[in-house]
Design a protein around this ligand. Structure first.
Ligand code: ADP
Ligand code: MG
Length: 676
């Protein structure tokens, strides 16, 4: 048996058990060894029966009498009398008749369980029982509690891990010895043994620290290596043209913010270098990232190179293409739009133009990364809302150039510093930490569903001044099973009652792309007063005249999502409003109160991190498979330590092949996090 053996090879694991493990993503011995307890219960102190106190206890006793009787249908009660030299005690089990066979030998056993006062007497309820031995698994120790796996008892997990003890004691070291020494870390085998079989709870901390450190070290090493590899690449050098930039800035209808200027300048300088740029432009919703990308695209085009801008949704691609065309056409820069709705001859013509280089800037959705799209000279790639794309999709786009193009990833999801260091460790970061001048903070209020009438009055007053409103529902169709608002029902209801006199649009993901587009266009042009929509408007949509957003069942949304949605308003100098309507009139959640309290995306991201933990925020769904098993991306101290060691390791030029598992894991993370 080795680490890669399937779990059914382990004693005590049958086919059925193995299937149940597999359903929880545990298939090999290695998987189970790394399945860490979520907590512990201390049963390590043995008491005598006379000394027992209410609460968790372990005693060493014999069973004197045991019998089972039915209490009612589906419930059988086993009662035993346990005895040691100091006294007697009753123990009971529910639906565990096998205890009779186990205990009737009269030998001594350990019993660990909850000692309670019940029906006028003290008793031990549902205790584990185990023959006295040097290595108890279920009793007389600090018992690990594992995350529950459907159909499997935590006692079985403990038993199987006990079978694996010999293997754990021989686990090879996976961290370089220099790192272990520098950071005074536990060996891998000791750490794994300790988390499953701890001698005391203090030492578990040290063991977990070692395992967390390892994950972070691998992740940070991966980004260090990506950085080094990127530095070796040869890209296009795109010269800075001051005149072009000055002209572009002059024709804008507004003055760039200081942050926009700084970011644009950082990008332009990177483009002049032979090493391809790898930069993340991070800016809260409404901070004006698109203009920055447009400015750079303008000067890239004038230098004879193409720009590709990939947006996550069709609505957004259309909006970018139109906005950029307005900005760029005066300079003779052509903008093309490539989405799933561009079909037939039009599509073929566009392909030809892209290949010939007569289209300078191509904006599109996933359609951009198809095999058939060939660029003439792709120099600059912009990925908007980059967390929406998988790694593979981003890579495909980058493969479309003879040389590695310069890359700019844009995101409105503010990333706390600690995370930026790890997840995007290899990227240079530009931050738009300033909103365009004249913006007023969005007035945000949690609203009880009981006072809807007053809310509608407020909205109507706002519409009367010529502004527009969004009403967001989480569902498309009504679901008879719950009261969550659906867009379709809400649309009908509002149109037939309070907002009879208003023009209301309906937008959701099931509409055909062309219809979606049309609805969005009409709203943007002011032909609708209200847009009832699902979260399809969440990302990037820009209608400055919209100043009210109502989010129904707001408690069903995540904190960052609420912030993103709220960012649909507050995009002009008009005062904007956001109403978070709760599902019930019960006390609002902490999450909603945070959103009400602050409009600062960075503050909210930190709050989200604290409330939910990084696993959920940067989990599978958003970052490919980058889900750390144990390490907390919020643990800045440990990250700093791991970062220091990763840098030292890389600069010592140590041969990674020496460390097989480290190399494998690091390569895995490299693939996940790289933009190349
Ligand atoms: P985001 O960063 O959320 O993608 P956008 O690029 O969509 O933001 O810009 C939001 C709105 O602000 C747009 O209507 C844009 O034209 C406008 N805008 C961008 N920069 C400025 C500025 N410096 N001054 C005023 N308005 C600006
Ligand atoms: Mg945007």
């Amino acid at each position: 048996m080795n680490l890669l053996s399937p779990l059914e090879k382990v004693k005590g694991v049958g086919i059925k058990t193995a299937e149940q493990f597999a359903a929880a993503d545990l298939t090999t011995v290695d998987d189970l060894i790394n399945f860490l307890p979520r907590g512990y219960e201390d049963f390590s102190h043995i008491t005598t029966i006379s000394g027992i106190r209410p609460g968790k206890a372990t005693i060493k006793a014999r069973c004197e009498k045991i019998s089972t009787r039915p209490v009612r249908r589906g419930l059988r009660l086993t009662t035993a009398t346990l005895a040691d030299d100091t006294g007697k005690l009753q123990a009971i089990w529910f639906n565990q008749p096998y205890r009779e066979t186990q205990l009737k030998s009269g030998e001594e056993f350990y019993f660990s369980g909850e000692f309670e006062f019940n029906y006028n007497r003290y008793q031990l309820t549902n205790p584990s029982a185990e023959k006295i031995s040097d290595m108890p698994v279920q009793t007389d120790r600090i018992l690990p509690i594992y995350r529950s796996i459907k159909g499997l008892k935590t006692t079985l997990v403990r038993k199987i891990l006990a079978e694996l003890r010999p293997l754990i004691s021989m686990l090879p070291e996976t961290l370089p010895s220099s790192v272990i020494a520098n950071e005074n870390l536990m060996s891998r085998k000791t750490a794994i043994m300790t988390v499953h079989f701890p001698d005391d709870e203090q030492i578990v901390k040290k063991a977990r620290e070692r395992l967390e450190f390892e994950e972070l070290f691998q992740l940070l090493l991966a980004s260090q290596l990506n950085r080094i590899e990127n530095a070796k690449l040869v890209g296009w050098q795109i010269p800075f043209n001051q005149q072009v930039v000055a002209d572009f800035v002059k024709q804008l209808p507004f003055a760039l913010t200081g942050a926009q200027r700084r970011a644009a300048w950082e990008i332009i300088q990177d483009l002049e270098k032979i090493t391809p740029m790898n930069r993340l432009l991070q800016g809260d919703v409404g901070s004006g990232k698109t203009v920055v990308a447009g400015l750079v695209a303008c000067q890239v085009a004038r230098a004879g190179f193409q720009t590709a801008i990939m947006a996550p949704t069709e609505i957004l691609a259309v909006q970018h293409a139109e906005g950029l065309a307005r900005l760029l056409q005066p300079f003779g820069v052509t903008v093309g739009l490539l989405t799933g709705s561009v079909k037939g001859v039009a599509r073929q013509t566009l392909y030809d133009q892209i290949a010939a280089g007569t289209v300078n800037v191509v904006v599109g959705t996933h359609a951009l990364i198809q095999e058939t799209v060939k660029f003439h000279k792709l120099g600059f790639v912009v990925i908007d809302e980059q967390h929406r794309f998988g790694v593979a999709q981003r890579q495909q786009l980058l493969n479309k150039s003879e040389h590695m193009p310069h890359k700019l990833a844009m995101t409105a999801t503010p990333i706390p510093r600690s995370l930026a260091l790890t997840v995007y460790g290899e990227l240079d970061i530009s931050i738009l930490n300033e909103l365009p001048s004249g913006r007023k903070p969005i007035a945000t209020k949690i609203w009880s569903p009981n006072s809807k009438a007053q809310l509608y009055e407020k909205i109507d007053a706002e519409l009367a001044t010529g502004r527009q409103a969004y009403i967001i529902c989480s569902l498309i169709e009504d679901n008879p099973d719950n009261d969550v608002k659906s867009v379709q029902a809400e649309h009908v209801k509002l149109q037939n009652s309070v907002f009879k006199h208003r023009r209301i649009g309906l937008l959701h993901g099931k509409l055909k792309p062309a219809d979606k587009d049309q609805v969005m266009q009409k709203f943007a042009k002011g032909e609708y007063d209200i847009l009832v929509s699902t979260t399809v408007v969440e990302v990037g949509v820009d209608v400055p005249n919209a100043t009210v957003i109502v989010i129904e069942n707001a408690d069903r949304f995540g904190l960052s999502q609420l912030h993103q949605l709220r960012g649909r308003v507050g995009r002009s100098s008009h005062q904007s409003y956001c109403y978070l309507v709760t599902s019930t009139s019960a006390k609002p959640t902490q999450r909603l109160r945070e959103v009400e309290k602050s409009t600062d995306g960075f503050y909210l991201a930190e709050a989200d991190l604290k409330l939910r933990g990084p696993g959920e925020i940067y989990g599978r769904s958003q970052h490919g498979a980058l889900n750390l098993q144990i390490a907390s991306l919020a643990d800045t101290k440990l990250i700093a330590r791991a970062q220091k060691q990763a840098k030292a390791f890389v600069s010592d030029n140590i041969d990674m092949l020496q460390y097989k598992q480290l190399a494998t894991q690091v390569q895995y993370y490299q693939r996940l996090t790289t933009l190349n």
